[in-house]
Ligand binder design. Structure first.
Ligand code: ATP
Ligand code: MG
Length: 458
């Protein structure tokens, strides 16, 4: 009984299903041996190896696929390993004790080994067969494509030839259905199939083309690049949350500068972020954005943490400045005007990019603290320096100085102040010209109604 059970657990694929065996799915693949591809098996994570071994032992096919194979061929360290298999999610789940099925429509399995998680997906087929599992919008955009298929079909629905390579660590062979190895060796990023159809199916592929070519130093193939400017508008139909995730990947890849330049070159910047739309046309704005991107790239490359809030605060700052000036020119006082400008910019972005509240509240703090750096007398600098966001707001101020928006002397003053001790700090203070905070008059409680508190003075 137990033996039977174990057999069922470990060999679920051996169960007779009555299905006819698939045609040989490898017949259209080039089989590339180690001698040619040169991938060093030692660069694989042990979790990835254990996952392919576990699946293969249970009688299934299992390959490392996608970005990891591409990165290994390019001598980049892969940041994660994805695995493709002919086992269903339930079968994968039964093989690995520490695994769980995730996603409802698009089901994958996460297999956990220590702190590493390996994503295992079942070979997927064409989205064209309209069913409960596959659906396409009138525009050609894929709404659902969770149909199982064979390996050849799985390769066909991937985006670029370089991303459709399957590496079997056991045989050390790479299966290549679309000439991806040759493209990588030639330094080319090429979309699989008809570029226009593939962008219509999923417009995010245009952003991926730009991001991956910038990140990997691959040149976009001519036919892959050609339709992008005229199809850029299709990005409008993509759900904002997906667009936001892609923008984060783009800007936090360590190649933000290059990516931004490429986005512009391919006409993809319109409507994505106003920074790339308008700001680049203003010399100070462009300088500020470039400095912010350079700063982010340097942090990513030296493995320092980068905060999306800080990055987006920089990217949108010149939008805020423009609105701030406009609202002040209409007669509003500076601080309320700044808060109105921040709300305006965040509202526009929330519509376009779904910048999450979690990020936008930090962005607002960073922006809102900027005028407080001008106040260098009395007790104010002491309380500002104790603010939990001081470091981020100060880094932001330094970028403003470097871009020429505010005098360098202001940033230097704060650097010195932060490093000085008690007495030196006191000696640095400037005459306090700011009006003292008005004390609130004690009022007798209004009958019934609650008191509304006003925005704290900045
Ligand atoms: P990165 O290094 O940024 O992770 P990646 O290519 O691995 O790049 P993922 O988003 O991790 O990107 O996707 C894994 C794989 O899934 C890709 O290599 C590709 O084969 C496939 N893929 C991802 N997005 C798409 C898409 N929009 N259309 C078709 N295939 C895709
Ligand atoms: Mg990846």
């Amino acid at each position: 009984m137990i033996k039977k059970l174990l057999q069922r657990v470990f060999n679920p694929g051996k169960k007779k299903t009555g299905k006819k065996p698939a045609d040989n799915p490898h017949q259209n693949a080039q089989i590339i041996p180690r001698r040619i591809h040169g991938i060093d098996r030692k660069l694989l994570s042990s979790a990835a190896l254990k996952t392919t071994e576990g699946l293969q032992k249970a009688g299934f096919e299992a390959y490392i696929v996608g970005g990891a194979v591409r990165d290994l061929l390019l001598n980049h360290a892969p940041k994660d390993f994805d695995i493709a298999t002919n086992a269903t999610p339930e079968q994968v789940n039964r093989i690995f004790r520490r695994s769980r099925i995730i996603g409802r429509r698009f089901r994958l399995v996460h297999v956990m080994f220590g702190s590493e998680t390996i994503e295992v997906s079942t070979f997927r087929g064409s989205h064209l067969a309209e069913s409960d599992h596959a659906k396409t919008a009138e525009s050609g955009r894929i709404l659902r494509d969770n149909v199982f298929g064979n390996q050849e079909e799985d390769a066909l629905r991937r985006d670029f030839t370089a991303n459709a390579l399957y590496y079997d660590p056991a045989s050390e062979q790479v299966l290549d259905f679309h000439n991806g190895v040759a493209d990588i060796k030639a330094g080319v990023l090429r979309i699989i199939g008809n570029p226009e159809t593939r962008y219509r199916e999923d417009p995010v592929r245009m952003l991926r083309a730009v991001r991956l070519s910038a990140k990997l130093g691959l040149k976009l193939d001519k036919a892959t690049a050609a339709p992008i400017p005229k199809m850029a508008d299709l990005l409008k139909d993509v759900p904002e949350s997906r667009l936001f995730d892609e923008m984060l990947k783009l800007f936090l890849s360590g190649h933000a500068m290059e990516s931004a330049r490429e986005l512009r070159k391919h006409g993809l910047h319109h409507g994505l972020l106003p920074l790339l739309d308008v700001v680049v046309e203003q010399p100070v704005g462009e300088r500020f954005v470039n400095l912010a991107l350079k700063n982010t790239d340097e942090r990513v490359l030296s493995e320092k943490p980068v905060s999306p809030s800080f990055l987006f605060a920089t990217l949108l700052w010149h939008e805020v400045l423009t609105a701030w000036n406009r609202i002040q020119a209409q007669g509003e006082r500076p601080i309320p005007a700044l808060h109105m400008a921040m709300t305006e910019v965040c509202d526009i972005q929330a519509e376009k990019l779904a910048i999450h509240k979690r990020y936008s509240s930090t962005m607002r703090e960073i922006w809102g603290m900027q005028p407080r750096f001008e106040q260098r007398g009395g007790k104010r600098p002491y309380s500002l320096i104790e603010h939990p966001r001081f470091r981020a707001a100060y880094d932001f101020l330094l970028l403003r100085c470097e871009s020429g928006e505010v005098p360098a002397e202001l940033g230097q003053w704060w650097t010195d102040f932060a490093h000085a001790d008690g007495e030196a700090r006191a000696a640095m203070l400037l005459p306090d010209t700011q009006p003292k905070k008005r004390r609130r008059r004690k009022r007798s409680k209004p009958a019934g109604g609650s008191q509304s508190s006003s925005e704290p003075a900045a």
